[in-house]
Design a protein around this ligand. Structure first.
Ligand SMILES: *Cc1c(COP(=O)(O)O)cnc(C)c1O
Length: 366
């Protein structure tokens, strides 16, 4: 993939500054704007525009190499992308093993509005073809299973069948994978995770190079009122300034931890796309720039999994992922269709040797 230039990103704002302007992004906390006469071309009301989001979106657009719109959460971004692209009578295809709230949105709201929803597992997603689907929603790697699909082939096949593709790229970030470069029509992301990176905000974004789609997503945001708060936008902007360094550390540590876990006798199964034997490995090599910071493992039983997580001094027992603090949880506690001892582990920014020692000590104590 063509890698986003993060050094250039850090200076996007600085190179446009006038003498005496603040170097750090100002936080504009205002619903009203001073607007005598004709409002044309100016920010006019806080539901429609805000200079802090606009600058955040400038940075996001640089990362995605596409127009971007920010949202108050990942689900607000997923909702915007779907409500902007479906109508009564549409048929959509979504992964049965992806982020479960996306399935809830389809099941609890879109179906009621006359959208027919079909689910398929990420592995074998193309089986049955894409004929008759207006929107195909993909997640690669899937959360939490870490299965991947060929995004370029999927985008091409769906387009040939007359539909559009939406990819949830939360687990990779634009530094790990840019689905739009592979032909996907729309990217959605929960920026609550690695993009923000400090577990202190919820945000999301939608990116697309299709001007009609992005205009419709903007209309959805303006009319539905699903707008980000300026303070969250400011925090996300601040987080993005260190995305490169955090993501790099997290991915390289994840590789080390995954290799060592796969050799540990207490670990029954492990998934990490960077392991040569992993079912996602060859696809990951072909379509991602990094293997990511998420890995999954299964221990002997539920009690062992709980004890391992809760006794490890450098793992926060918490849901969500992508923060500077490593975290882990048993996904079966939320009803995911996985082994009771299946753990999703998000590798954070701790020094890798310290992190491994803490993980190994907790495993050895089982
Ligand atoms: C967390 C997550 C979301 C939803 O994001 P929120 O910010 O919690 O609304 C969507 N997709 C994936 C893959 C996620 O991990």
């Amino acid at each position: 993939m063509k890698a986003p230039k993060t050094g250039e990103m850090l200076h996007l704002r600085g190179n446009a500054l006038g003498k005496g302007d603040p170097v750090a992004l100002p936080l504009t906390q205002s619903s009203m704007f001073h607007l005598p006469g004709t409002p044309d071309g100016h920010d006019f009301y806080g539901r429609v525009n805000n200079p802090t989001w606009e600058h955040l979106e400038h940075i996001l657009s640089h990362l995605e190499d596409a127009p971007c719109l920010s949202f108050p959460s990942g689900m607000a971004a997923v909702s915007a992308a779907l409500f902007a692209t479906v109508k009564a009578g549409s048929r959509i295809l979504i992964p049965s093993d992806g982020y479960y709230v996306t399935r809830l949105l389809a099941d609890r709201f879109l179906s009621n509005l006359g959208v027919s929803v079909v689910e398929r597992p990420t592995t074998g997603f193309a089986d049955g073809g894409f004929d008759g689907f207006d929107v195909v929603f993909v997640e690669s790697p899937s959360n939490p299973g870490l299965d991947m699909i060929d995004l370029a082939a999927t985008a091409q096949d769906v387009r040939a069948a007359g539909g559009i593709t939406i990819a949830d790229n939360t687990t990779m970030t634009p530094l790990g994978q840019r689905p739009l470069d592979l032909g996907i029509d729309v990217v959605v992301s929960s920026d609550t995770k690695a993009m923000g990176g400090h577990s202190d905000l919820l945000m999301g974004h939608v990116a697309s190079r299709d001007a009609k789609i992005i205009a419709r997503v903007e209309e959805w945001r303006r009319i539905s009122g699903a707008i980000p708060g300026p303070h969250e936008a400011w925090l996300l902007h601040r987080g993005l300034e260190t995305l490169d360094i955090r993501f790099d550390r997290m991915c390289s540590s994840a590789q080390v931890i995954a290799e060592r876990l796969s050799a540990h006798p207490m670990v029954k199964t492990i998934r990490y796309p960077g392991l040569p034997g992993d079912p996602s490995h060859s696809l990951a090599q072909a379509q991602t720039a990094r293997f990511g910071f998420l890995l999954t493992l299964t221990l002997g039983d539920e009690a062992a999994a709980e004890q391992f997580i809760n006794a490890c001094s450098l793992l926060r027992p918490a849901t969500s992922f992508g923060g500077v603090h490593s975290s882990a949880e048993r996904r079966a506690r939320w009803g995911d269709d996985v082994d009771p001892a299946f753990i999703r582990l998000s590798v954070g920014c701790e020094p890798v040797e310290e992190l491994w020692q803490a993980i190994e000590a907790s495993l050895n104590a089982l």
